[in-house]
Ligand binder design. Structure first.
Ligand code: AMP
Ligand code: GLY
Length: 427
């Protein structure tokens, strides 16, 4: 089979790497790809936003199956465009992708289908939102969360510890800080607990969770600094123990499936549910309609099944026949980023030590890299996801950092404490 993967991040490198292991995969293309992806797939110079061009390519090249990495093309309707042309594609259609594309829509879905989540209200003007915020604080709220309704590349959420910060953020949303994404905001109760990521395949008939994982969203050690796309991940997340796994299934996954069935949402893909494990049980923070990055690096490092076969069965509504096999060994992914990320950073520095890092046994997934004259250069904020497995989390962490030490480029940085929560539990 000929496969097309859409995207250019660490997530897409991981998906290309895993798909290439399938006996059914003859050739993998990736649009637009990156320097690491070019080692397992043929990169095609089409941007993820060029939906018709991607479909033209798939049709003319005889692509049998397309897998979409990022949320933007899914929310823009890439699945609808491909389907209309008879092209097979993995992911939710435009309507179902609103579960990620509109936080208000997602919240109403959660309320309607009894999925545990934070209390919230939606507003389309600053004055009403501000009044609600003031009332919440007057009622004793220990914090509040403001969310721009639409896609804002992870920047549209403010966890505000006090009224002034909350009101400021409300103001900036309606002043256009996130463009159209902020013309509606959700004001949400602040939850306290430990976060985890639950990824699950669904074909609309069945929902099958993958192993759990946990991201590290803040830029610096000790969960300090600004929010990022994710600075590292590990799998499994010990906070999702046996009892919590059962609760996630009955309270969240089963209700999610019932919801997409009753709403007649066309969802043949992967849902990534961000949860907070609170004293009152698991609560949903967000739905994403695609794999998490860097969660997928950690999770796929443990996957011993056939990813292509699983995805094909998902699209063909035969997911219940799929066999998902996992390594018992935990995995850890440490993200290496360009100095300055998530704010501005310099690009074009040569990255050294990639072969030495790979020689340690770790897998180095590429995100923001490009190739020039045989050299690999940094070309984005998050640059590499150094991923290792070990007999326990401690060994996986050590192996990942051993590989990280071999790699450098000017001003690169990474968090030194990836996995700290799991390590504390392992002791
Ligand atoms: P979201 O994009 O909705 O997942 O929000 C991004 C991040 O903001 C989450 O990963 C959490 O760290 C934080 N967050 C979102 N909603 C809440 C909430 N209700 N209470 C506490 N933290 C939250
Ligand atoms: N790691 C979080 C995300 O992919 O949205």
């Amino acid at each position: 089979m000929k496969i097309l993967v859409v995207g250019n991040g660490g997530r897409e490198h991981t998906l290309c790497w895993k798909l290439a292991q399938s006996p059914q995969a003859d050739k993998i293309y990736c649009a637009p790809g990156n320097a690491g992806i070019a080692t397992v797939a043929e990169c095609v110079d089409i941007a993820v936003s060029e939906l018709e061009k991607l479909a033209d390519f798939a049709a003319s090249e005889g692509i049998d199956f397309t897998v979409v990495g990022p949320e933007a093309p899914l929310c823009a309707g890439i699945v609808d465009v491909f389907r209309k042309r008879g092209l097979k594609i993995f992911g939710p259609d435009k309507k179902a992708a609103r579960l990620e594309g509109s936080k208000d829509y997602a919240k109403r879905f959660m309320f309607k289908y009894n999925i545990p989540t934070a209390r919230a209200a939606a507003f389309d003007n600053a004055a009403d939102a501000a009044e609600y915020v003031r009332n919440e604080f007057a009622g004793g709220a220990a914090g509040i969360v403001i969310k721009a309704d639409g896609l804002a590349a992870g920047k549209g959420v403010c966890v505000a510890p006090d009224k002034a910060k909350a009101l400021d953020f409300v103001k900036s949303c309606f002043a256009g800080a996130f463009g159209g994404a902020g013309s509606k905001v959700l004001v949400e109760e602040c939850l306290f607990g430990e976060e985890a990521s639950i990824l699950a395949f669904t074909d609309g008939k069945t929902i099958v969770p993958l192993v759990s994982s946990q991201d590290h969203k803040r830029a610096y050690d000790g969960d300090q600094g600004p929010n990022t796309g994710g600075m590292g991940a590990y799998s499994p997340a010990p906070v999702i123990d046996k009892a919590m796994t059962a609760r996630v299934k009955t309270e969240i996954l089963d209700n999610f499936l019932r919801g997409i069935q009753q709403e007649k949402l066309d969802f043949h893909g992967l849902v990534f549910i961000g949860i907070m494990v609170t004293g009152a049980g698991p609560k949903v923070l967000e739905f994403n309609v695609r794999f998490g990055d860097p969660e997928v690096q950690a999770v796929m490092r443990r996957f011993e099944g056939d990813l292509l076969d699983t995805m094909l069965k998902t699209v063909d509504e035969r997911l219940k026949e799929a066999v998902l096999k996992w390594s018992d060994e935990p995995s850890v992914c440490v993200v290496m980023a360009s100095g300055g990320y998530p704010e501005s950073y310099e690009k074009g520095y040569e990255i050294s030590g990639l072969d030495e890092a790979a020689a340690t046994g770790a897998i180095v997934f590429h995100a923001g890299t490009s190739g020039r004259d045989g050299k690999v250069l940094n070309s984005g904020g998050r640059v590499l996801g150094v991923t290792a497995r070990g007999s326990d989390i401690k060994e996986a962490v050590e192996k990942a950092y051993k590989a990280v030490e071999k790699i450098s480029w000017q001003d690169c940085f990474c968090r030194k404490d990836i996995g700290y929560r799991a390590l504390a539990r392992e002791k």
